[in-house]
Design a protein around this ligand. Structure first.
Ligand code: SF4
Length: 246
């Protein structure tokens, strides 16, 4: 459900098209001839930076009708199913392997395994938190997926109701969701063009476990190894498309 900001669709349409095209071009460039593990990580880094910059500027041009309710330590959206893409998972795993102490890495791997084993399905409420959430903070906050960056709400009470299962949608500001879709579409098109589009959308916790447990995961993914196949999201209708949360 979106914050009604009427003319955004029309005004932003051309801009969004250009954004999708720029991300597609960038993806093809980074994953073209001579690509390496570092190019995958650099692609994901750039894509997340582009999202942050664009959504910040567009939100300044088209502000929400009232201030966002989102705040540090509020974690309702970390209790949703999280979907992402292979370059982002590879970047997050690389970052976690560099920044977490060995004991914390082991704890994370154990939480990911337990989460997968519990198999919470699509409809469980309240849903347990993402395994990357520790003490109400994301362990990979700077590298978190686009969907986590795009989540927002105007009324935290609606988030609480949704968390408890009493509500399906919350009112959110359009802009981050529009930018998320534009960047995701560009990435998907670029990956397909680079011959790396087979994964489509990935469920974060399963994909993260694979990325952390597979030696040289970026290199193997670039070589066409279907290492993320068990984490692919096919949705209820077999769609490889990010489900909208809001
Ligand atoms: S990746 Fe981080 S921000 Fe996203 S759901 Fe998990 S803990 Fe929350």
């Amino acid at each position: 459900m979106s914050d009604d900001v009427g003319e955004i669709d029309e005004i932003a349409e051309g801009f969004v098209r250009d954004l999708t095209e720029s991300v597609r071009e960038m993806t093809v460039r980074f994953l073209g001839p001579g690509r390496s593990s570092e190019s995958v990580l650099a692609l994901a880094r750039n894509m997340l930076n582009i999202f942050d910059l664009t959504q910040e500027r567009m939100a300044a041009m088209f502000p929400p009708s009232r201030p966002l309710a989102c705040a540090k330590g509020c974690t309702y959206c970390c209790h949703l199913l999280v979907f992402t893409d292979a370059p982002t998972v590879l970047l997050m795993a690389d970052d976690l392997q560099r920044t977490l102490a060995p004991a914390a890495q082991e704890e994370l791997t154990a939480r990911l395994a337990a989460f997968e084993e519990a198999d919470y399905g699509l409809s469980m409420v309240p849903r347990p938190a993402c395994p990357l959430l520790v003490d109400d903070l994301c362990q990979a906050y700077d590298k978190r997926p686009l969907v986590c960056r795009a989540q927002n709400a105007l009324d935290v009470y609606q988030c609480l109701r949704k968390f408890e299962g009493g509500r399906k949608l919350v009112v959110a500001h359009d802009i981050p969701l529009i930018v998320w879709n534009a960047v995701s579409d560009g990435l998907s098109a670029g990956l397909a063009e680079a011959g790396l589009g087979a994964d489509g959308t990935l469920e974060l916790s399963k994909a993260m476990r694979i990325a952390l447990e597979t030696p040289d995961a970026p290199g193997r993914w670039l070589a066409g190894d279907a290492l993320f196949a068990p984490a692919r999201w096919s949705g209820a209708g077999g769609e490889h498309r990010m489900p909208g949360y809001h």
